[in-house]
Design a binder for this molecule. Structure first.
Ligand code: SF4
Length: 360
């Protein structure tokens, strides 16, 4: 399966589930949004296992995304989560920084875990390269592809003209043509990235003119189990790090099953209304005094407000809502969060997916 086949489902509620396997990482990339180190408390594996055990052949996320920190610091856990999810029918994607790539041989436990993964997403950027050389990353991707697994690259830089981004894309296209999709993202001032001082936080759908046109948020589609065992409905890093308003907090993974998480994301009026209309439109309808310049700040402000809950309930009661949801989902497929718009087509390499549309 190619990355584009996965991205087709990105805005479909509960089509995917992110599992943070650990917050630890042996690399020390200067832009790490998680501020990962090897000294952080380890994630309790029990809630992750119990949640994945609740998947059934009839009810499971289409995609399970193992992420971190560095998931392959816990190869036994990766192997068991991946195997259990796949038995239920999920397709397993794993993000890795590839710390093991520069070792003379890949440790057997890591290799065993890797072989259970359907699609590997490798981070390659100017911050990883001092510890994970590019030519070794390309060799690793070749091994993954030769085994019949899917492979993609997550590449972060300052923009389309970033010399590192340009050179890496050239090397990857020379090695793999369009076989390996490249998700090119911009540096964001989150985690250690905030310490770089070179990037400004532009809020999602930041709208200083304070207009309130409906602008749905696709980030409330695939729920996330965070490293402390909480389950949140939005995959924005601030929410994952704990800044979740009540309507974005699903609960504790240890006490939830997959059908309960799916129902929260798919059916809750607030979930549906934010996904389709966006928090600012919702605030304008139910509590205009809570409107903020940005979508996320408004989203956090409206949590738990009775007037906004009522506006959400009214909006989703429309008989045409399902039709609108379908249109919004299709439109969101090519709007990659924090992506570099000029290079968004590289994420859809080798497929007939419609060319990404520029916003505005
Ligand atoms: S608007 Fe709300 S749901 Fe969307 S990314 Fe921001 S906090 Fe998450």
């Amino acid at each position: 399966m190619r990355m584009s086949d996965i991205l087709q489902w990105r805005a479909t509620p509960a089509a995917g589930l992110y599992l943070h396997v650990t917050r630890r990482c042996p690399l020390s990339c200067g832009h790490c949004s998680m501020r990962s180190t090897m000294h952080l408390a380890e994630t309790d594996p029990a809630p992750l296992r119990s949640l994945v055990d609740s998947f059934t052949a009839d009810d499971h996320p289409r995609f399970v995304c193992l992420t971190g920190g560095e998931p392959l610091l816990r190869p036994g856990l990766v192997r068991s989560l991946s195997s259990t999810a796949k038995r239920a029918g999920s397709y397993v994607v794993m993000a890795t920084g590839g710390f093991f790539i520069s070792k003379p041989t890949v440790p057997p436990a890591i290799d065993d875990a890797l072989r259970t993964i359907d699609h590997v997403v490798l981070s390659m950027d100017a911050f990883h390269e001092p510890e994970v050389p590019r030519h070794l990353s390309i060799e690793f991707l070749r091994t993954v592809l030769d085994r019949g697994q899917g492979a993609s690259v997550q590449l972060v830089g300052t923009g389309p003209a970033d010399p590192y981004v340009v050179a890496t894309i050239e090397d990857l296209r020379r090695a793999f043509g369009d076989q390996v999709a490249i998700l090119v993202g911009t540096l964001v001032p989150v985690g250690r990235g905030a310490d770089l001082g070179t990037v400004r936080l532009v809020e999602r759908d930041d709208d200083p003119s304070a207009t309130v046109a409906a602008q749905g948020c696709p980030m409330l589609s695939w729920p996330v189990v965070t490293d402390d065992g909480s389950v949140v409905a939005c995959c924005d890093q601030h929410v994952v790090d704990g800044a979740a308003a009540p309507h974005l907090r699903i609960g504790a993974a240890a006490q939830l099953t997959w059908p309960e998480i799916r129902a929260f994301v798919e059916q809750r009026p607030m979930s549906r209304a934010i996904r389709v209309f966006g928090p600012r439109y919702l605030a304008a309808k139910g509590a205009p005094e809570l409107l903020q310049p940005g979508a996320c700040s408004t989203c956090h402000a409206v949590g738990g407000h009775d007037g906004v809950d009522a506006a959400a309930a009214e909006l989703v009661s429309s008989p045409t809502l399902s039709l609108i949801e379908g249109v919004v989902q299709r439109d969101a497929i090519t709007r990659l969060p924090n992506g570099v718009p000029e290079l968004a087509h590289l994420a859809f390499a080798g497929t007939a997916v419609a060319a990404p549309r520029r916003r505005g």
